[in-house]
Design a protein around this ligand. Structure first.
Ligand code: PEP
Length: 249
């Protein structure tokens, strides 16, 4: 069965709650589609007003992060139950900005992925190489390690429902998109890695996004690739362009 595309916006640390509602009202009519799952991953404080604003639409609301403990003395963190209690279905885990600025490691990513599944939240698991790693020719080795550790202890049935976002770090927020060949090569490599960890059925089911300066112009050529099942979109998710990206066909 063909995999349904999933196109998610990563709002990062942008949009106050009132701005979020305004943006959603602008984007609502533009992102209508039956061909793809559409997710807006928004800052924690925007989640509740965003959920209210998307009622009756095809838009799902996701979180940008979550902690791996159930509750307790973890000042500033958001628990999985806090997300599910209000109706959040997706959470971005291990975005490169969290790895770089907030000390996320492959191990914390794995803990968060396991916890998300425990609570029925779909993780969007991010991986991606630096420019140096690409130049050193170790891209796939590095990404295979990230993926293998992220999925430790995850069952095949859980993995089938997961989303992996391949985001070369050198392409995030830089205006530099990986070429379609580069993006397809790594997304195909990730699918083979999943087949090795699990089996062909799991590899066929899991959805793999490309992320890194995706825009309305580059989306169609990326999304038509056999192993690219949509995108994780930063900057362009805050603009009407996101409607064109979602309706890329
Ligand atoms: C991202 O933040 O996940 C991202 C891909 O950002 P941008 O589209 O702005 O490069």
């Amino acid at each position: 069965m063909a995999r349904k595309k999933i196109i998610a916006g990563n709002w990062k640390m942008n949009m106050t709650p009132s701005e979020a509602v305004e943006l959603i009202n602008t984007l609502k009519p533009l992102v209508k589609t039956e061909d793809a799952d559409v997710v807006f991953c928004v800052p924690a404080i925007d989640i509740i007003p965003a959920l209210e604003a998307v009622k009756g639409t095809n838009i799902e609301i996701g979180a940008e992060n979550m902690y791996y403990e159930e509750k307790g003395a973890y000042t500033g963190e958001i628990s999985p139950a806090m997300l599910t209690d209000v109706g959040v279905k997706y959470v971005i885990i291990g975005h490169s900005e969290r790895r770089e600025y907030f000390a996320e490691t492959d191990e914390t990513v794995n803990k968060k992925v396991l916890k998300a599944f425990e609570h029925g939240i779909t993780p969007i698991v991010c991986c991606g190489e630096t420019l140096t790693q690409r130049e050193q020719g170790v891209t796939m080795d590095f990404i295979r390690q990230q993926v293998k550790i992220a999925f430790l202890g995850v069952t095949a049935d859980q993995a089938k429902t997961a989303v992996i976002a391949y985001e070369p770090i050198w392409a995030i927020g830089t205006g530099k998109t990986a070429t379609t060949e580069q993006a397809q090569e790594v997304c195909g490599g990730i699918r083979r890695c999943i087949a090795e960890i699990y089996d062909e059925a799991t590899a066929e089911a899991i959805r793999i996004q490309y992320g890194g300066s995706v825009n309305a112009k580059t989306a169609p050529e990326l999304f038509v690739q056999p192993d690219i099942d949509g995108g994780l979109v930063g900057g362009a998710a805050l603009k009407p362009d996101f409607g064109q990206i979602v309706n890329w066909k």
